[in-house]
Design a protein around this ligand. Structure first.
Ligand code: HEM
Length: 282
């Protein structure tokens, strides 16, 4: 059993046509195994979360009761992108699992919505949000090392509280960004193979081999997004993460939650007079 499906081209050559569809089940099972193992680990084995106790920052008493976390624009982007992602996953994979319907039209329309929303997000995040808040920094790496030492039971300094996004969220964003980019770039090429409103069909744009690799990359990144989406939804509904999930709906989180998990020096909020202005985030 190979990881790809091949067919004989008009020239009599065996060419790659797409990934083997059993990988859909592999991706589903990988997501489910991750969440079962993680839930058991947190429930029975993980030590209580501990952070280095820093002296309380001056001015935290001036913080508002609700800490703004996601602007309305950032929330709208998130939910439009999420809706497009679900439509893409279901229209792509249900037919492969035997549910037949006219999926291609819904699929490229959702693909167009995803592409436009990501283009918007690139501009919004570069010019209106704190662009660097989602990329790992030196403190994240040091704290990850400390947390790993703690996990091994070795004595070490305690990790600091998080900036706006913990390292795990930053790494997740990086992987989703790469898979998203792969499905978008290949998906736009694949729109030349089907009838859309954008450009005339041109199945001769690429050679058979190049089309095969384009379809295989689209499928591989696509099944990866199954696992990534399961993991994302799992964390969103874990009880200790609900305040974060709620903030993606209402836009803010409580001051208590913010002070418990985040370092006001690493994630600066408006309302602390000596810290300068706030930065928005997605
Ligand atoms: C979560 C994201 C996505 C997933 C999981 C996904 C998955 C898939 C899968 C499994 C196929 C079937 C390919 C085959 O038969 O080998 C497909 C086809 C297709 N995808 Fe996507 N895709 C995604 C995003 C996109 C995007 C963003 C676009 C457009 C910008 C797009 C455009 C297309 C087109 C036009 C086809 C039809 C190709 C054909 O039938 O010849 N997809 N997609």
């Amino acid at each position: 059993m190979g990881f790809t499906d091949r067919a004989t081209s008009a020239l009599g050559k065996r060419v790659l046509i797409h990934i083997a569809w059993f990988l859909i089940l592999v991706a589903l099972i990988a997501g489910l195994v991750f969440l079962i193992v993680h839930a058991i680990y947190v429930r029975y084995f993980a030590k209580a979360k501990e952070f280095a106790t820093e002296p309380a920052s001056e001015g935290t008493s001036a913080l508002p009761a609700r800490i703004p976390r996601h602007s309305l624009t950032a929330r709208l982007f998130h939910w439009i992108m999420a809706a497009a992602m679900f439509v893409l996953l279901f229209t792509a994979f249900l037919p492969k699992l035997g549910v037949q319907f006219n999926w291609v039209t819904y699929h490229w329309i959702a693909g167009t919505v995803l592409t436009i929303s990501i283009l918007f997000h690139l501009v919004h995040a570069s010019f209106y949000l704190d662009f660097w808040s989602i990329w790992p920094d030196r403190s994240d790496i040091e704290d990850a090392r400390r947390r790993f030492q703690r996990f091994l039971g070795k004595p070490t300094e305690q990790p600091r509280k998080f900036a706006k996004y913990p390292l795990e969220n930053k790494l997740y964003h990086g992987v989703v960004m790469l898979s998203g980019l792969a499905v978008i770039v290949t998906g736009i090429c694949m729109m030349f193979r089907v009838r859309t409103i954008f450009f005339p069909r041109n199945p001769y744009l690429f050679s058979d081999m190049t089309w095969g690799m384009t379809y295989a990359l689209h499928g591989l990144a696509g099944v990866g997004l199954i696992t990534l989406t399961i993991v994302h939804v799992y964390f969103a509904i874990r009880p200790e993460k609900l305040p974060i999930t709620a903030s993606m709906i209402v836009g803010s989180m409580s001051r208590e939650f913010y002070l418990q998990e985040h370092d006001p020096k690493r994630w600066v909020i408006e309302g602390l007079p000596h810290h300068g202005s706030a930065v928005d985030g997605d």
